[in-house]
Design a protein around this ligand. Structure first.
Ligand code: IPM
Ligand code: MG
Length: 346
């Protein structure tokens, strides 16, 4: 394992969020385990666009898989009432996989901001080619085929041309997958459905911006964005693995964030890039076990008083005060929960 910097850390050292020093090493690697980028003391969007989006585009990581796992013991931490999460037998555990297109759409279309006599304008172009849509839909169908054989394709075909093309191609590609039930949903409706009845979904496939938004929503019903890992894969099968949530710059240096999304990203890496299924599963099991035994970071503690109390120390960036609140409420810090998970692997 080789370590190189990206994002803010790389910017500090090399004045660029994705320096050639880093790419030289990732070029020669079998996989990339990515820490999140994002910093509020640098120009807005700099490390995101020139760090994260740049590396996604550089390697052509078009397929982004985001498995939102509802762990039964965390049902209390979910944004939803328990009844909404449980099946007929009263079990809460399930997984919603979002397959997000990652290298097209409004993230990478032409972007302009201009002044005209009438005022200031800005536009972002949501552009998709047929090939881009076909290949991501195939990833969605393949995933659905291996699972419950239901694929929700999310678009806004009642308004957007790019979505109309998306839907017609979904129907066409769907003919190659007669064993998979294809359901079309508009993105606004999908958001409402995920927030009210998530169990109707198993695999969702959607374009870049919709996937960004819906995957955060899928994380909210698991209890926290800090639980959601991701895998980004290119056409050659080369992959990068990162927490779906990006960074939380306001929590920087406090030692209180949930490392589970990062740990599960490593599990996805073992499975997808190295085919080490047993090892990957061992990590997933250890996470589930630790949660079952009550290991909790602040974001999934479900204790309202603790949330209220920690706000002050976060605003003041006071690590000592933040840590003592964790102690008071029997909540683990980043290192402690990681240790518990490692303990469960032994
Ligand atoms: C994500 C993140 C990124 C995105 C940000 C950090 C640019 O929100 O991976 O979902 O919008 O893709
Ligand atoms: Mg996001």
């Amino acid at each position: 394992m080789l370590f190189r910097s990206v994002g803010g850390a790389a910017y500090d050292k090399f004045k660029h969020p994705l320096p050639p020093e880093t790419l030289k090493i990732t070029d020669a690697s079998d996989a990339i385990l990515f820490g999140s980028v994002g910093r509020d003391d640098l120009p807005q969007g700099l490390v995101e666009k020139e760090g994260l989006l740049a590396i996604r585009k550089y390697y052509g990581f078009f397929a982004n898989l985001r498995p939102a796992t509802i762990y039964s013991p965390l049902a209390e931490a979910s944004s939803l009432k328990k009844e909404r999460l449980t099946d007929d037998q009263g079990h809460a555990g399930f997984e919603l996989l979002t397959v997000r297109e990652l290298t097209g759409g409004a993230y990478f279309g032409d972007r302009v901001t201009m002044e005209e006599t009438g005022g200031k304008y800005a536009s972002d172009c949501m552009k998709y080619s047929r090939e881009e849509i076909v290949r991501i839909l195939k990833v969605g169908f393949e995933a659905a085929r291996k699972r419950k054989k239901v694929l929700h394709s999310i678009d806004k075909a009642n308004v957007l041309d790019s979505s109309k093309l998306w839907r017609s191609i979904a129907i066409e590609v769907g003919k190659e997958y007669p064993d998979v039930k294809l359901v079309h949903q508009y993105v606004d409706n999908a958001a409402m459905q995920i927030a009210t009845w998530p169990r109707q979904f198993d695999v969702i496939v959607t374009e870049n911006l919709f996937g960004d938004i819906l995957s955060d929503l899928s994380a909210a019903i698991t209890g926290s964005l800090g639980l959601l890992p991701s895998a980004s894969i290119n056409e050659k099968g080369f992959g990068m693995y990162e927490p779906s949530g990006g960074t939380a710059p306001d929590l920087m240096g406090l030692g209180i964030v949930n490392p589970i999304a990062q740990i599960r990203s490593a599990a996805m890496m073992l499975s997808y890039s190295f085919k080490l299924e047993k090892e990957s599963q061992a990590i997933e099991n250890a996470v589930a076990k630790a949660l079952e035994k009550g290991a909790r970071t602040i974001d999934i503690c479900g204790k309202k008083e603790a949330y209220e109390k920690i706000r002050g120390p976060i605003a003041q960036k006071d690590k000592k005060a933040a840590q003592s609140i964790l102690k008071e409420f029997n909540i683990l810090n980043t290192e402690q929960i990681a240790d518990r998970i490692i303990e469960e692997m032994k």
